[in-house]
Design a protein around this ligand. Structure first.
Ligand code: KG4
Ligand code: ZN
Length: 344
């Protein structure tokens, strides 16, 4: 089956066509992502109103390009999928309404996809991972450890998401937006042991996170040595990233232990979300998976950050199960993954 996927929940406008074969394997026929980073850069973060308007301006062209690159006309599509939340509501409305329009005119089923479920299922598109698996979803808005297959949440953050902590750290240190890649780049030149930062939640049996204390501690350390030299910034980034790596390592050990106790061994540890691009975090997760007797599956970076292929693929999985939606499906700013009926 062929599904068109549309993503507009945050600051990326994206459209993609994915083929799901008889063998249930996925193939990306086109995947076009237009980042709005330049529009939001002057404000140091995503401005919802600017995001929504920017989606409106480019989405039609992007969809046309995605269809062109796939070499398909709308009438051969089997479904139109759009991220219907969670996310910035103005953007979600743009993508979902566009999908509804195409579905209506072409008389194709609409699939309203949960953006988090799309991140969660990407490893099935790239690697065909069977259910159930343990997902570590770490993006700008979310930090969760989940059983994918049943969608049971094993851990989450009490305050900031990990990506948000990277973004706030970058802003504090005068680096660009989005902060994750900037902090990672600086950290390569820095000393991770120069600043003593806390490792919140370390050693706890449950698999939850807390990152706001780490961010505050970083600010206090930065104020102590201000004005900051280039080396200070690099050392602060390296120390911050090392603290995050230590926290992620410990929390994922706890998460995988909980998974095993409740559901038996997972088929894999899967990472998703923009933070999963970070090489130090990936290396740490690789070690954790090995020590917990499982394997790490990490989709390529361009499929970890927001994209249309993950929406199209989630649409394929739902469509294959007969899960389609009506044209009055309402966009959702909030839409937790756990109460959602899983794809199984
Ligand atoms: O999944 P995503 O593209 O968007 C959503 O939030 O849904 O994730 C974006 C987040 C941002 O907070 C960004 O700073 C973070 O992922 N990120 C990174 C890296 N690349 C992106 N964080 C740490 N290291 C990176 N290399
Ligand atoms: Zn995302």
């Amino acid at each position: 089956m062929f599904v068109l996927g549309i993503e507009t929940t945050c600051d990326e406008t994206a459209a993609s066509v994915v083929l799901r074969g008889e063998d249930e394997r996925g193939q990306i026929l086109s995947n076009i992502v237009l980042s709005q980073t330049a529009e939001h850069q002057p404000y140091g973060g995503v401005v919802p109103e600017i995001a929504a308007r920017a989606h409106v301006e480019v989405l039609d062209h992007l969809i046309a390009r995605a269809m062109n690159e796939a070499g398909l006309s709308f009438n051969v599509l089997d479904g139109i999928a759009a991220a219907a939340g969670p996310g910035l509501i103005g953007g979600v409305i743009v993508g979902l309404t566009t999908a509804k329009g195409i579905a209506l005119v072409c008389e194709k089923p609409l699939i309203a996809v949960n953006h988090l479920e799309a991140h969660a299922l990407t490893a099935r598109l790239t690697d065909g991972v069977p259910f159930p698996y343990c997902l570590f979803l770490a993006s700008g808005g979310h930090t969760q450890i989940l059983n994918v297959g049943e969608y049971v949440r094993l851990g989450t953050t009490a305050d900031d998401a990990i990506g948000e902590a990277f973004d706030k750290t970058a802003k504090l240190l005068g680096l660009g937006y989005p902060g994750g890649p900037e902090v990672e780049k600086e950290a390569l030149k820095g000393d991770p042991e120069r600043f003593i930062l806390p490792r919140p939640m370390l050693g706890r049996a449950e698999a939850d996170f807390s990152l706001s204390g780490l961010k505050t501690a970083l600010r206090i350390e930065a104020e102590k040595v201000a004005p900051l030299s280039d080396q200070d910034v690099s050392d602060l980034c390296a120390s911050f990233q090392q603290a995050v790596v230590d926290v992620v390592t410990d929390r994922l050990h706890a998460g995988l232990r909980l998974f095993r106790e409740r559901f038996g061994g997972p088929n894999a540890l899967v990472v998703a979300g923009g933070v999963a691009v970070n090489q130090s975090i990936r290396r740490a997760l690789h070690r954790v998976a090995g020590e917990q007797g499982t394997v790490l599956v990490a989709p390529p970076p361009e499929l970890c950050t927001d994209n249309g292929a993950m929406i199209a693929w989630a649409g394929c999985e739902r469509l294959a199960l007969g899960l389609v939606d009506t044209l009055d499906f309402a966009p959702r700013a909030r839409w937790p993954l756990d109460p959602l009926a899983g794809p199984r």
